[in-house]
Design a protein around this ligand. Structure first.
Ligand SMILES: Cc1cc2nc3c(=O)[nH]c(=O)nc-3n(C[C@H](O)[C@H](O)[C@H](O)COP(=O)(O)OP(=O)(O)OC[C@H]3O[C@@H](n4cnc5c(N)ncnc54)[C@H](O)[C@@H]3O)c2cc1C
Length: 476
């Protein structure tokens, strides 16, 4: 299979390099556009200060209760001290992980939900490890006082609250193991998601032992109320921010106003409803979509908006890739859908006045088409559009018209990788030949992981600074 390709990609002749216009600004969106995103006022310093204070309080609590002294007071005391510290840190990290999935707007606007989900996963892994240390150290400490058999009996139920803590640890252990990449990929997303919910049950049932067993909280009123207060604050965030938003979206659902086939196994769905008047959003962002339809209402899937959002409509372009997306492509006009979002920080603002390059794979074209609609001619956008075959080039005419209106162009690259005319179409050599000013452009990548990885490597080698390469982070 040959490459269907603009001459530029493998031919270094025709290109001229333009200087970047320093004052290129994204124009304000038209009045029909969805309300503009309110930027987060959080600074890196604010976040560092809060995290440092939080860490100091947790470690300080352990230290004030003799944690440091016990470390040098014999093996048994040292293990007890390690048990306390690892227990406190396990819970402290779990609370941070919960804050991230509580989706507070100030953090989402600053970092994007995708990155927050990645951090949630890292914190979850760290919590699992610390819990392992906590359980091992606790068993050793207990056994050094009363023997192994008694330690096991006490810690699995004979001591008050420990039966629940034991069950909680088992649940969190199951979640940690099932979240290892090699194991996680054997499950469907939904199966993994519901297994991973067990971690929250594990945390809830372990709470009692945190307060009652051990000396850090049981013997210190201030520390205990601080700890309870932290849990209540995080629970409140979950109720109002996370679940509250789902409930608000549920009571004010949107409706499908049009659904049309736009490519091979791909449909464009427009949804509309009054609640869009109050939302804030921009091109490039994504939403969670939950159709209120038998078999689909219990799961939500992320989809990027494929047109700049307005106060009365959002469009998604969805490829049939699995069970849920297959059912979604079969929906009909009038179906109610719960749409949460928009989320994400890869919007036209990331271009910061530079000329734009979009590297797109398959249905990854959706957010790019939306973003191009918001640009000005100074951006001279180039879209490098990779697809398995020509019939997978979705929204091609619409994209071409939008890009050409801005004096830009599309370079298409179709066909199986093994049959392409060049071995690595994203190598620095090929990219520089096709786009001579590539190093001066701001780049947005949208597509499958492998494409993102290959394009990122080639772009960096071609001299594009990492800070000018933008993409959503893969969270699963
Ligand atoms: C930020 C973002 C934007 C996206 N935008 C689009 C888009 O505009 N158009 C489009 O067609 N697809 C988009 N996707 C992909 C889309 O979400 C998945 O194809 C869809 O969820 C697959 O569900 P399924 O049950 O049909 O397929 P499955 O076979 O169950 O899943 C296929 C793969 O999709 C991923 N996936 C499944 N469910 C979820 C979920 N709830 N959250 C995250 N990943 C999941 C998993 O990696 C899984 O391996 C986007 C994904 C993300 C993360």
């Amino acid at each position: 299979m040959a490459m269907t390709i603009d001459p530029g990609l493998v031919n270094s002749k025709a290109k001229k390099v333009h200087a970047v216009a320093p004052d290129t600004k994204i124009p304000p969106p038209p009045s029909s556009a969805m309300k503009r995103l309110t930027p987060s006022r959080l600074t890196d310093n604010d976040i560092a200060a809060v995290l440092a204070a939080y860490g100091l309080c947790v470690v300080g609590m352990w230290s004030v209760h003799g944690g440091v002294t016990k470390l040098t007071s014999g093996w048994s005391q040292a293990w007890t001290s390690i048990t306390s510290l690892s227990g406190l840190l396990t819970s402290a990290i779990a609370l941070l992980a919960l804050v991230l999935v509580g989706r507070p707007l100030s953090l989402e606007r600053r970092f994007g939900l995708d990155r927050m989900f990645v951090w949630h996963r890292i914190l979850g892994d760290s919590m699992g490890l610390l819990l392992g240390v906590h359980v091992a150290a606790g068993t050793i400490a207990w056994a050094s006082a009363s023997g192994w058999i008694n330690a096991i009996i006490d810690l699995t139920g004979r001591t008050s609250y420990m039966a629940l803590a034991f069950v909680g640890s088992l649940l969190i252990g199951v979640v940690t193991i099932s979240s290892l990449k090699s194991i996680r990929q054997k499950f469907s997303y939904e199966t993994w998601y519901f297994i991973h919910m067990l971690a929250y049950v594990g945390m809830a049932v372990s709470f009692g032992h945190e307060i009652v067993v051990g000396s850090d909280l049981s013997g210190d009123n201030v520390a205990r109320w601080f700890w309870v207060g932290l849990h209540v604050a995080v629970l409140t965030l979950m109720v109002f921010s996370r679940w509250g938003r789902t409930i608000r979206a549920f009571v004010r659902p949107l409706r499908i106003t049009s659904i049309e086939t736009v490519g091979h196994k791909t449909v464009a769905i427009e949804v509309s409803g009054k609640s869009l008047q109050h939302r804030e959003g921009d091109a490039g962002q994504f939403c969670f979509v939950r159709p209120l339809k038998k078999g689909l209402w219990w799961q939500s899937h992320p989809f990027s908006m494929s047109a700049a959002p307005t106060k009365d409509r959002i469009r998604f372009t969805i490829k049939d890739r699995g069970e849920a997306t297959h059912s979604i492509t079969q929906l009909v006009k009038g179906t109610k859908v719960i749409v949460e979002g928009p989320f994400g920080v890869v919007t036209p603002d990331v271009l910061e006045g530079s000329k734009a390059l979009f590297v797109v794979g398959g249905v990854g074209v959706a957010p790019v088409l939306a973003m191009v609609q918001r640009l000005v001619p100074d951006h001279e956008p180039i879209v490098l559009y990779r697809a398995h075959s020509e019939k997978d080039l979705v929204h091609f005419e619409e994209l071409k018209a939008a890009v050409e209106r801005l004096g830009g162009k599309i370079l298409t690259l179709t066909g199986p990788t093994a049959k392409l005319a060049v071995k690595d179409p994203f190598s620095a050599k090929v990219l520089t030949a096709a786009i001579p000013d590539v190093a001066q452009r701001a780049v947005v990548l949208c597509g499958p992981d492998r494409l993102l990885h290959a394009a990122r490597t080639g772009l960096k080698a071609a001299g594009v600074p990492v800070a000018r390469i933008h993409s959503e982070h893969v969270w699963w």
